[in-house]
Design a protein around this ligand. Structure first.
Ligand code: PLP
Length: 310
């Protein structure tokens, strides 16, 4: 594998403003990262992926992201030519080469192409790729300051009995259609329901409700987000009770506070739901505590792995 000369480029975000990808054993600028249209990852959404972020030059909780990614590969009967150490090195190199201190780093395994376009997934050659692009967030600066506006959709998130949500996947049509439902209602993003009519998750995020100081999040039919896990860990440290359970629409509407969690942006406030204020319509106290500790933890060596220049 040709190794990049990363030393000169790291900390120079102008060198590759759009980022760097690793594909077919090579590091390439983002605009040259192209995959075959015959890849089943593209044709059938037959793929798994993960996203980890880099903040101020360090990966956040990379180990948990790698655990989830490699578990997903196993559940999908996929295999790649790189072990954990090699994948870590590839991710390090993508970020270092890109020059970005704050990055959104995605690793993907697609089913790949079958030599004769066979429909048997066992005949396909799985393809691993990764990229580092500038850090991105579900909520922009204004939304972080005043809180997001969410609408609950009537759409059911693809159920766990159909697709195991613990495998991070690209089955997003329900989420994308939910977004359009939300835009029609004047909201900025959406929350889908589960097949019992309770709250599930949104496009790229888990959701939390706060009532009388207790925090809850949906317990089923959702991706087990690494940021969701981090919120559990932070609440434990802050002495706040946080539990996974079923949350009905009415319970969410009656919440004192709502916030969402994602690697793309961390912990983000929600101050309007279905065109009405959440609680007093301001950023909540629990949200502010969890948000502050979340970003403080980015300097804790237990959770932050510095980007190395190899
Ligand atoms: N739920 C869905 C459907 C997602 O796609 C994501 C992230 O992309 C999340 C939740 C949040 O997961 P994480 O905290 O691991 O980023």
């Amino acid at each position: 594998m040709p190794l990049p000369q990363v030393t000169q480029t790291y900390r120079d975000p102008h060198r590759y403003p759009m980022g760097i990808a690793f594909l077919d054993d090579q590091y390439v600028p983002m605009d040259q990262a192209k995959v075959s249209v015959l890849d089943y990852g593209f044709l059938h959404s037959d793929a798994t992926y993960d996203v980890v972020h880099v903040w101020q030059g360090a990966f956040f909780r990379l180990d948990l992201h790698l655990d989830r990614f490699f578990a997903g590969l196993e559940k999908l009967h996929m295999s790649i030519a790189y072990d954990r150490t090699a994948v870590t090195e590839i991710l390090q190199n993508c970020v270092a080469l890109s020059g970005h201190q704050d990055a959104y780093v995605e690793l993907i395994c697609t089913r790949g192409n079958s030599p004769d376009f066979s429909r048997d997934p066992r005949n396909a050659v799985n393809r691993f790729m990764a990229f580092a692009i500038p850090f991105g967030s579900v909520a922009n600066k204004t939304q972080m300051e005043r809180g997001l506006h969410l609408a609950i959709s009537d759409r059911v998130r693809i159920p766990s009995s159909s697709v195991d949500p613990s495998i991070k996947n690209y089955h997003w049509l329900d989420l994308v259609q939910g977004l359009y439902d939300a835009y029609e209602k004047g909201a900025e993003t959406t929350l889908l329901i589960n097949n019992q009519g309770n709250i599930a998750e949104g496009p790229g995020f888990n959701v939390f409700a706060v009532k009388d100081g207790f925090v809850t999040t949906p317990d089923s039919g959702v991706l087990l987000g690494i940021t969701r896990q981090t919120v559990f860990d932070l609440c434990a440290e802050l002495g706040i009770t946080c539990e996974a359970t079923q949350i009905s629409r009415d319970e969410l509407i009656a919440a004192d506070e709502i916030f969402i969690s994602s690697t793309a942006g961390g912990v983000m406030p929600v101050t309007r739901l279905n065109n009405a204020a959440v609680g007093d319509g301001q950023l909540g106290l629990v949200y502010r505590q969890v948000h502050q500790l979340y970003w403080d933890k980015h300097k804790d060596p237990a959770w932050a792995l510095p980007v190395k220049c190899s």
